[in-house]
Design a binder for this molecule. Structure first.
Ligand SMILES: Nc1ncnc2c1ncn2[C@@H]1O[C@H](COP(=O)(O)OP(=O)(O)OP(=O)(O)O)[C@@H](O)[C@H]1O
Ligand code: SF4
Ligand SMILES: [Mg+2]
Length: 450
């Protein structure tokens, strides 16, 4: 059948293709989208007092709490509900793994936490992202407050003020000038007061996010080549992290720290790599540079989106060790996104399983690996290749993830599920708690048998 015959049939109403949109429909969608995107972009740019996005954690032990997050893309084909009501927590000093097949919304969830969704089409539409930041305390003018040295009587120690040549500064009467002596760290940099504050990242104006990105939370992106700037050397890009986030940092200190970081992520000849451009490095080296960059600010939350996919197995193990080491050293946490169930099993304390923009199961790593409840999680486990499997064919979950535009109101996994029952054609299943830490959204659980 030719295209013209097909269109003729469409016109006569003989065949309805659900993916086909007329020009009129596309125009109407674009118009509705434009109004919504304008409203959301305006909200992102407006100046608001800090009190509007300061909040409290629901549980003291968490560093991140995502609640009912909805992140959408407004396209001319319709609204893609990439993240559609996601709720999970990341406790302090722990690793939360997010798994799910391609396109289920893992990257969009992490980009939402960093507020890096590409506007105007990508927007957080609803929900909260509460993040516990440990930031510099500021005075009314917005300046950092120094921590001063005190003597045994509790009095602030005074030190002589020196000029650029290192000579004593004197006042008009010729008396030496003194100033309070600031405490210094091992690099000789002044120490400033810090305080813990909880921000609702989803409500923060975009310009305020610069306070958090890099120093408080940082991200290792899925594609290193698109995340490194091709016209700057690796050194320039790494130094920038220290220069931006460490008050009083000099170029020399930044270079020293950058080379230390390159060493730490297992790069041989770090001085040479420091002076190279991204295109001069292999894919694995670029990935390690990205990791060095994310670690340079010593953030409390590291979001790693497929951090080891481009690396060979030996380097993969080293990098995973490095993440663990850093997490323990600074009492930080990791949000680890990966397809690799082996990596999750080794690294994660808690696991979140996503499907088509929603969480379908979550629990401790042991619960998800030893007692997977959702048919999709069970399928994921079975499709993992093992050395001692008796079958010579790998299990695969039949079918595909449904079209993300106009999702049905019933369980999204229904068309692919072998355990489907009558109730599954009804409303989308609620999240059911099966243990203090294990939750599943499936009609097979939490209800009396009919
Ligand atoms: N810029 C965009 N415009 C429109 N839709 C998008 C855009 N970016 C992502 N999406 C859609 O959002 C959904 C979730 O994408 P996401 O990148 O989060 O998937 P993922 O789980 O990270 O997949 P992968 O494992 O392949 O990285 C997909 O349906 C994708 O098509
Ligand atoms: S709700 Fe029904 S269709 Fe969905 S996963 Fe559970 S059993 Fe399968
Ligand atoms: Mg992704």
């Amino acid at each position: 059948m030719g295209v013209l015959d097909f269109l003729k049939k469409e016109k006569n109403g003989e065949k309805k293709n659900s993916h086909y949109l007329s020009g009129k429909e596309v125009k109407a969608i674009a118009k509705a989208n434009a109004a919504e995107m304008r409203r959301l972009e305006k909200a992102k740019a407006r100046k608001v007092p800090e009190s509007e996005y300061l909040t409290e954690m629901k549980e003291e032990n968490n560093i991140l709490e995502i609640e009912n997050l909805h992140s959408y893309f407004f396209t001319d084909q319709g609204v893609v509900k990439a993240v559609n009501g996601v709720t999970f927590n990341i406790p302090l000093n722990s690793t939360v793994g997010v798994v799910g097949e391609s396109g289920c919304g893992k990257s969009v969830t992490s980009m939402s936490v960093m507020r890096l969704l590409q506007g105007p089409s990508g927007q957080i539409v609803e929900g909260s992202i509460r993040f516990k930041a440990y930031d510099f305390k500021r005075d009314e003018q917005g300046n950092c407050i120094p921590v001063y040295e005190k003597d045994e009587n509790g009095e602030i120690v005074q030190e002589p003020v020196l000029d650029k040549k290192g000579e004593q500064v004197r006042d008009k009467e010729g008396n030496p000038v003194f100033q309070p002596k600031q405490k210094r760290d091992s690099h000789g940099l002044g120490i400033f007061e810090k305080e813990e504050k909880v921000f609702d990242v989803a409500k923060m104006p975009i310009r305020e996010m610069y306070r958090l990105r890099g120093r408080q939370m940082s991200m290792v992106f899925q594609e290193p080549m698109t995340s490194l700037n091709p016209v700057f050397t690796i050194g320039d890009q790494l130094d920038e992290v220290t220069l931006l986030h460490v008050p009083g940092a000099t170029k020399e200190l930044a270079k020293k720290r950058s080379i230390e970081m390159l060493n730490m992520v297992g790069i041989a000849m770090p001085e040479r790599v420091y002076a190279s451009y991204p295109h001069e490095l292999s894919g694995g080296m670029r990935q390690r540079v990205m990791i060095a960059m994310a670690l340079a600010g010593e953030p409390r939350l590291i979001i790693a989106d497929e951090p080891t996919t481009a690396l060979d197995v030996t380097i993969q193990a080293q990098i995973l060790d490095l993440f663990n080491d850093l997490k323990n050293r600074i009492n930080g946490s990791i949000l680890l996104i990966t397809h690799d169930l082996g990596v999750i099993a080794e690294m994660a304390d808690y696991v979140v399983v996503m499907y088509a923009g929603r969480i379908i199961e979550q629990g401790t790593a042991s619960e998800i690996f030893h007692n997977p409840l959702h048919p999709y999680t069970q399928g994921l486990q079975k499709s993992k290749p093992t050395m001692n499997s008796s079958s010579d064919q790998l299990f695969n979950i039949p079918g595909n993830v449904p079209n993300p535009i106009n999702m049905p109101n019933h369980c999204y996994f229904k068309e692919r599920c072998s355990k489907c029952k009558e109730k599954c054609s009804g409303e989308y299943p609620c999240m059911v708690q099966v243990s203090p830490t294990h939750y599943v959204a499936c009609h097979l659980y939490g209800e009396k048998e009919e």
